[in-house]
Design a protein around this ligand. Structure first.
Ligand SMILES: [Zn+2]
Length: 134
């Protein structure tokens, strides 16, 4: 639990490109985005399953998802902002907020095969700053 990668991100032990933080939730850029502006929203408390969060935490996560989605929409101007909850990769509840430029962005070959983008820290820093200020 304490060694979970997302718990370590929340505690600041692992560098992340932070978009938003409040008492209950934390939002940061995905290291391997489907598209630029792909954000992960997590509860601060470790819980593997999003749907096992208590009501207050679940609603807090979704409130942050909505705020971050609006920022992603304004900053990256996609056709849609899609949400993805799967939980196969990291066992700490998280919602993917994905700028969608194509109908298949959420189910694309690069998503299915784990060959998504690999932007530099400088690129991620710049985008995080834009998303925070938007
Ligand atoms: Zn965790």
């Amino acid at each position: 639990m304490g060694d979970c990668i997302f718990c370590r991100v929340v505690r600041g032990e692992v560098p992340a490109h932070v978009i938003f933080e409040d008492q209950t939730t934390f939002a940061f850029l995905d290291r391997h985005p489907i598209n630029p502006g792909h954000v992960l929203v997590v509860p601060k408390r470790h819980e593997p399953d999003l749907f096992q969060l208590n009501e207050e935490e679940y609603l807090a996560v979704m409130r942050t998802v909505r705020a971050v989605s609006a920022s992603v929409l304004r900053t990256t101007a996609p056709k849609r902002v899609g949400l993805l909850v799967a939980g196969w990769d990291v066992l700490h509840a998280h919602v993917h907020v994905v700028p969608m430029h194509d109908y298949h962005d959420l189910t694309s070959r690069q998503t299915l095969e784990g060959t998504r983008g690999n932007p530099s820290d400088a690129e991620l820093d710049g985008l995080a700053a834009r998303l925070r200020s938007d």
